[in-house]
Design a protein around this ligand. Structure first.
Ligand code: CU
Length: 373
């Protein structure tokens, strides 16, 4: 072989090798069985994420800036009595005081460092199980806290998607705590952000977190919902009432009207809104009245190509899902459980107030209602 030919061959080999290594490094050859790179925790950037009450999300970049980070979040457990609809009280078990608990946001391969605090004003033992975590019952085995204790633990977010987290203190306490409101979600975005159905980057203008909460509140002999002085007293009766499997109340974001009227979600025509919806116990199905899911990630799994143009999308119990919609018309939209009994006879629905200019091309009145001609 002459020298120029040898040089050309070496050059081709070098270019191929560098392309191969860069693909692997950038994660373009993603496989669910890839081992993620073990990081030196001490040298990673540590950031504190300030959690906010749902339906809002914490501030974040959709595309990761640089190397994986250690994202530190603090969840404070609070047992508190809540009037979920006028005259009906129950003991809420919460992380940070809200039902659902706040949504946590990280990127794939970030480390989530959770400080779980249970002030001494609480009465029960709690913990936390992250569906986004790998091993040890989602972290629930190492996160038990009694009143007056705190625990710090860390997991690596190796799967991209939206995932539920909830209290899981063992046995019958698992449903009792989840059904008392102790559930939330975490969003693990791919480091390069979301991609549409054609594999192109897609950004969202805003995001909302909405959770369906089912309650099974015990009644007294007169059929009136009981009001309990302590959480433990209510849990005793609830151990029986949950077995009916017929909810007494179903709401979005914990209480009657939490996302209706003055509490409605807002958006503008031309905005792409990411809706993250979870249900920690029962299956549900979501529909935007007058709209769609342009993109829908079943089970909230972002490694998959999103489905397109869904009219109603499923949320299996124990999961969070994500749907992206571009609002094209102004007005009030209903964001609803499309078991319409649950939406209207119970209350599992939200509203979205969308501002902008009406587009006659998409819908218009041809002739107003009047006598039949
Ligand atoms: Cu709990």
């Amino acid at each position: 072989m002459d020298i120029p030919k040898k040089l050309t061959l070496s050059l081709i080999l070098l270019i191929s090798l560098s392309m191969l290594t860069s693909c692997t490094r950038k994660g373009t050859k993603y496989s669910v069985f890839n081992e993620s790179k073990k990081e030196n925790i001490e040298t990673l950037k540590h950031v504190t994420e300030t959690l906010v009450p749902p339906p809002l999300l914490p501030k974040f970049n959709q595309v990761a800036q640089g190397e994986p980070e250690v994202v530190q979040v603090k969840l404070t457990i609070e047992e508190k009595k809540k009037e979920i609809t006028p005259g009906v009280f129950t003991w809420w078990f919460t992380y940070n005081g809200t039902v659902p608990a706040p949504i946590i946001f990280v990127h794939q391969y970030d480390y989530v460092e959770v400080t779980l605090v249970s002030p001494s004003t609480n009465t029960l033992v709690h913990n936390i199980d992250f569906h986004a975590a790998t091993g040890d019952m989602g972290g629930s085995e190492i996160s038990y806290v009694a009143p007056g204790q705190q625990v710090i633990f860390r997991f690596k977010a190796i799967k991209a998607g939206v995932f539920v987290y909830h209290c899981a203190p063992g046995g019958i306490m698992v449903p009792l705590h989840i059904l008392s409101g102790m559930n939330g979600a975490i969003m693990v975005l791919p480091r390069e952000g979301l991609r549409d159905e054609n594999g192109n980057p897609v950004h969202f203008d805003k995001a909302y977190y909405i959770a369906e909460q089912d309650y099974y509140l015990p009644k007294d002999n007169n059929g009136k919902f009981k009001d309990y002085p302590t959480p433990a007293a209510e849990l005793g009766d609830m151990t029986e009432s949950i077995k009916s499997m017929i909810p007494s109340h179903i709401y979005f974001n914990g209480s009657d009207g939490a996302l209706l009227g003055a509490n409605a979600l807002t958006a503008n025509v031309g905005e792409k809104v990411l809706f993250i919806t979870s249900s920690a116990n029962r299956d549900t199905r979501i529909h935007i009245v007058g709209g769609h899911a342009d993109l829908f990630w079943p089970d909230g799994s972002f490694a998959n190509k999103p489905f397109t143009d869904f009219e109603t999308w499923p949320v299996p119990g124990g999961s969070a899902v994500a749907a992206l919609y571009l609002f094209r018309e102004p007005g009030t939209y209903m964001f609803t459980d499309h078991n319409v009994i649950e939406a209207f006879a119970y209350g599992a629905r939200a509203e979205i107030e969308v501002k902008g200019t009406w587009n006659d091309d998409l819908m218009t009145t041809v002739k107003k209602a009047g006598p039949i001609e």
